[in-house]
Design a protein. Structure first.
Length: 264
C-alpha cells in the first residue's frame, strides 16, 4: 500500500498578519512549522504503516526551504519526501495548488492507494486543497476522518459530523482529510532526525511533472484576492442590570434603541 500525506509549511502563529496593500500573508519574522492538522494525517498514515506493509510518502508544494517539513515528517517515520518547487508555482490559489499536487501524485511510483490531508491549513484556512486534489485525481473524497482502518483493499473510517459520527466504508484508492480528534502525533527520535537530515528529497518542478505552465501559479489561478482584512473587534456592549428594578432596565434599553432609530 502506498500512502501519500500532503503537508504544508505554515507560519507558527494563530494571529496571521496580512499585507493590506498586496493582500498576501506577511511571513517575515515568523517561524514556520508543519501545519498542525497535517501532523494528525501523518500519524494515521504511520499507524497504517505500523500495522500493514505500507510506504508513506510526504509531499509539499512550497519554496526550497519548505523541505524542512518533509524532513520533520521523515524523522517521525515517513519513507520518502517530494518537494514541489518552481517559480511558475508562485502565487497559486487553491485550484492551481491542487492541480500541481495532483500531477505529482499521478507521477508517484508505485501507484498511490490513499492520499491524506489535514482538515485545513491554519494560514489559508480554506480546506479546499484536499477536495481539489480528489477532483483532479478523480478519486472519491472522505472528509473529517478521525479513525482509519484498511483491510483487503477497503477502508473503514469514522468521520466527525456536527451532530455525531458517521462510519463509512469503501474501496481504495481514496482521498481523505483528517481532523485533530485523530490519534495524537508521535514525536521524532534523535536517530530519526539524523537519518532525515541526510535523506534525499526529490524536487519536482513543471518539467518533471509535465504540468501545463498556464495551469500553475498565478496564471492558473481563477480566483483573485480582492480584499483581505481582519474583522473589526466588537465592543463588549452595555450591560443593564434589571434584577432590582426590571422596568428601569427595560426603559433604559428602549431609550438606547430609540437613539439608534430602532422603533419598538
Ligand atoms: C484566491 C486565493 C489567492 C491566493 N493567492 C496567493 C498568492 O498570491 N500567494 C500565496 O503565497 N498564496 C496565495 N494563496 C494562498 C495559497 O493558495 C494557499 O495557501 C494554498 O492554495 C493552500 O490553501 P490553504 O492554505 O487554504 O490550504 P487548505 O486547503 O486549508 O489545506 C488543506 C490541506 O491541504 C494540504 N495542503 C495545502 N497546501 C499545501 C501545500 N502547499 N503543499 C502540500 N499540502 C498542502 C495540507 O494537507 C492541508 O492541511 C491564495 C489563496 C487563495 C484562496
Amino acid at each position: 500500500m502506498h500512502i501519500v500525506v500532503c503537508v504544508k509549511q505554515v507560519p507558527d502563529t494563530a494571529n496571521v498578519r496580512i499585507n493590506p496593500e498586496t493582500n498576501t500573508l506577511m511571513r517575515e519574522g515568523v517561524e514556520s512549522i508543519v501545519n498542525p492538522f497535517d501532523e494528525y494525517a501523518l500519524e494515521l498514515a504511520l499507524q497504517l504503516k505500523d500495522r500493514h506493509e505500507a510506504k508513506v510518502t510526504v509531499l509539499t508544494m512550497g519554496p526550497p526551504q519548505a523541505d524542512i517539513v518533509l524532513r520533520d515528517s521523515m524523522a517521525r517515520g515517513a519513507d520518502d519526501g517530494v518537494l514541489l518547487s518552481d517559480r511558475t508555482f508562485a502565487g497559486a490559489d487553491t485550484w492551481a495548488t491542487s492541480y500541481v499536487i495532483g500531477q505529482a501524485i499521478k507521477k508517484l511510483k508505485p501507484a498511490v492507494d490513499m492520499v491524506l490531508f489535514g482538515k485545513q491549513a491554519i494560514d489559508g484556512d480554506t480546506a479546499q486543497v484536499g477536495p481539489g486534489v480528489s477532483e483532479f485525481l478523480k478519486m472519491p473524497l472522505v472528509t473529517y476522518v478521525r479513525t482509519l482502518e484498511v483491510n483487503d483493499g477497503r477502508f473503514k473510517v469514522e468521520t466527525l459530523m456536527d451532530d455525531g459520527v458517521d462510519v463509512l466504508e469503501g474501496p481504495l484508492p481514496v482521498v481523505m482529510t483528517v481532523v485533530k480528534e485523530a490519534a495524537p502525533p508521535r514525536f521524532s527520535s534523535l536517530s530519526g532526525w539524523m537519518d532525515a537530515k541526510h535523506a534525499k528529497v526529490r524536487v519536482w518542478g513543471t518539467k518533471q511533472l509535465q504540468a501545463t505552465p498556464d495551469l500553475c501559479g498565478l496564471k492558473g489561478s481563477p480566483t483573485k484576492v480582492v480584499k483581505i482584512f481582519a474583522p473589526p473587534v466588537k465592543s463588549g456592549g452595555t450591560k443593564m442590570d434589571g434584577r432590582e428594578l426590571p422596568s428601569a432596565a427595560v426603559e433604559a434599553i428602549l431609550q438606547v434603541l430609540q437613539k439608534k432609530g430602532i422603533k419598538s
